[in-house]
Design a protein around this ligand. Structure first.
Ligand code: ADP
Ligand code: MG
Length: 249
């Protein structure tokens, strides 16, 4: 009866994207619930990045619908979608390498912070730097930072926008084990302190299984399975399509 309790933050109905004869995402229906960390996994070419691009408005669906807070956002622009609180990072970082971290945060988040006053924008930059542990690096040139820290800068840019749904495309790629542990801790902190949902596209299965509340498994653009990490680990179809194989990415 109470719509506010039952409406997911985001849901899709039969979302589909074709590229010529190839169906990159096929009839996909899933939801992101308030405050959850949802993993989106699957082999290379399964349609993870396309799904990401579809829900963030960077790619238009060939069919199906997208809802945020129950509002129909199908075919809306990425800017309209980000105004609803969905913010994403890119799989291949998009930092301005010759600028310092502070300016990357300020300018990177600028589009979404347009209406925000200058001092409030500066406060957002400081808050994001604190949240991601980047305070000591604010005046370092972004391109000179180790890879792991550059990844955190990308996430900080997204976080500065105060997302309600933070979408991260392979944020752990190229990180060493210490950096992975630290980054997972950051995700937990963001969720706990900020109360946003996180969509995590990631190949690092150990990390996904540790941190996600629920997982959606894609295979050939379709949903192969969805469930808790332990349900997914025990799903024989998932094991034979993905988890049981040694995969590169
Ligand atoms: N812009 C595009 N043009 C043509 N084919 C694409 C495009 N983007 C993705 N694809 C194809 O769609 C399928 C899914 O790709 P993608 O979503 O990137 O998968 P994943 O992120 O799971 O590796 C792949 O076969 C890929 O080659
Ligand atoms: Mg991808």
């Amino acid at each position: 009866m109470n719509r506010q309790v039952t409406t997911p933050l985001l849901n899709t109905e039969g979302l589909t994207r074709r590229y010529g004869g190839l169906v990159a995402v096929s009839n996909l229906s899933f939801e992101i619930r308030a405050n959850e960390i949802l993993g989106l996994i699957g082999p290379n070419g399964a349609g993870k990045s396309t799904t990401f691009n579809l829900i963030s408005g960077f790619v238009k669906p060939s069919a199906g619908r997208l809802f945020i807070d129950g509002h129909d956002m199908t075919n809306k622009s990425s800017i309209q979608i980000s105004r609803k609180g969905l913010v994403r990072t890119f799989q291949h970082g998009s930092l301005m390498r010759s600028m310092n971290v502070h300016d990357n945060l300020l300018i990177g988040a600028m589009g979404a912070l347009k209406g925000v006053q200058r001092h409030a924008r500066e406060a957002r930059v400081q808050e994001a730097a604190n949240m991601l542990g980047l305070r000591p690096y604010l005046h370092e040139t972004a391109g000179n930072l180790p890879h792991g820290l550059q990844r955190l800068v990308s996430i900080a840019i997204a976080f500065a926008v105060h997302p309600r749904i933070l979408c991260l495309d392979e944020p752990l790629t190229g990180l060493n084990q210490t950096e992975v542990v630290a980054t997972l801790e950051v995700f937990r902190r963001i969720r706990a302190q900020h109360g946003c949902a996180i969509l995590l596209v990631e190949h690092n299965m150990k990390a996904v299984m540790q941190i996600c509340d629920r997982i959606v498994v894609l295979h050939h653009g379709q949903m192969l399975a969805t469930g808790t990490p332990s349900e997914i680990r025990q799903n024989t179809q998932v094991v034979s399509a993905y988890l049981g194989t040694r995969h590169e990415h």
